[in-house]
Design a protein around this ligand. Structure first.
Ligand SMILES: [Zn+2]
Length: 389
């Protein structure tokens, strides 16, 4: 029940905040388009033939956010909500993260008992019993973690068979989720990497391209500082709108003329979880600068020089003035460009790594296909991001 309510609330919240949630549509498409140039010769032809496809579909995950409740949390992680707020406090595996940040209750005929595990013991209510770590982990992964994938808040399952006799029988389990509200981005990137590798192994061109495009999206999100904090739109510090200011307005005004987008060749990612967590770590380290510099500029510049009116898609909309945006961009001292470059290189490296891990299939014959890109662009109600965000 609780989770359903959360999804309903978050759905409304996402719709309301829809202009502030990601690298602008423009930037996401550019990142994927430019990642194609990082491909080694064996893959370059394939991705060049399908460059329009991977670029166009870079924004698909954002479009899905409004339709699929699992989708939203994949785009961010509120680092402040987990452990001491550092990436090192995040467990290695997705299921461990789930285990750590969801509450589990055994529902008996008469009671609801909290289930926990530590130090070789499983605790159900006030009773405990010995259980090997390996057995607990296997049980949790198989029986409880699936609640995430199937979006369940109650599960039909039994306690691990080694300890079942020690406790009242559980009729079902209840899962109280604190993980989904605060985002799962680093773990989702690891999952996506695995899906992409398997698509290469199967030689499923359509799926390789769709997953490449979507992987590019999530990696792009991970390189944006404001995707790693509870204060994602400056709403906690009176800086509402800063999300789109940083990730849409700046790239739209300056990327084409100012950014150096030659990032070299993709590299092989040896340790995937560590690589994706590093994107989050380096993003989160920049949150303070993103916020403090903007606040400082807003204090120093007259208000009339901050907000301007522009025509977009036949409507007059309020946007940060060009000169004000440039001032912010300059004070950030290359940060937006650096994150943009990191995104391009990381996306290329993810594609390349999936292909290597799939055994370097020759991209000929069935794999030499060009898939037509159907542009699914839609317009939003909010004028500022009429072509997306
Ligand atoms: Zn996103």
């Amino acid at each position: 029940m609780k989770r359903r309510l959360f999804f309903l609330v978050s759905f409304v919240a996402f719709v309301c905040a829809s202009s502030y949630v990601v690298w602008g549509f423009y930037a996401h498409r550019e990142i994927n388009r430019l990642a194609v140039f990082t491909m080694p010769s064996e893959l370059a032809g394939f991705y060049k033939r399908n460059q329009i496809y991977v670029s166009t579909h870079a924004v698909d995950p954002d479009k899905r956010r409004y339709a699929a409740s699992l989708e939203g949390p994949r785009h961010y992680i509120d680092m402040e909500r987990f452990g001491d707020g550092t990436v090192d406090a995040l467990p290695l595996e997705f299921w461990e993260f789930h285990d750590k940040f969801t509450g589990l209750y055994c529902i008996t005929q008469t009671d609801s008992l909290e289930v926990s595990y530590d130090d070789g013991k499983i605790n159900v209510g006030s009773k405990s019993a010995e259980l090997k770590t390996y057995d607990y982990e296997k049980w949790y992964q198989k029986n409880i973690f699936k609640s995430y994938r199937y979006e369940l808040d109650t599960l039909q399952a039994a306690l691990p068979q080694q300890v079942r006799a020690e406790f009242d029988p559980c009729i079902r389990f209840s899962v109280f989720d604190t993980m989904m509200q605060h985002g799962v981005l680093p773990y989702h990137m690891v999952d996506m990497q695995r899906y992409l590798t398997s698509a290469f192994k199967k030689g499923d061109v359509k799926r390789i391209l769709q997953l490449s495009a979507e992987m590019g999206h999530y990696i792009g999100d991970a390189t944006v500082p404001l995707h790693t904090t509870t204060n994602y739109n400056g709403q906690e510090t009176g800086q509402r709108g800063i999300h789109a200011f940083w990730e849409s307005r700046i790239p739209e005004l300056f990327a084409e003329a100012d950014f150096d987008v030659l990032v070299g060749k993709a590299s092989y990612i040896v340790d995937k979880p560590a690589f994706f967590k590093d994107l989050i770590r380096t993003s989160h380290e920049r949150v303070d600068s993103v916020l403090l510099i903007e606040a400082d500029l807003r204090r120093k510049l007259p208000e009339a020089e901050q907000e301007c009116y522009e025509e977009r898609l036949g409507r007059i909309v309020r946007v940060p003035c060009t000169a004000f945006t440039r001032a912010y961009y300059n004070r950030l001292d290359g940060m937006v460009e650096d994150r943009f470059r990191l995104a391009i290189k990381s996306v290329g490296s993810s594609w390349y790594t999936a292909w290597v891990d799939a055994g370097r299939p020759a991209m000929e014959g069935d794999l030499a296909v060009t898939v037509e890109a159907k542009d699914t662009t839609f317009t939003r109600r909010d004028g500022l991001n009429g072509r997306g965000h």
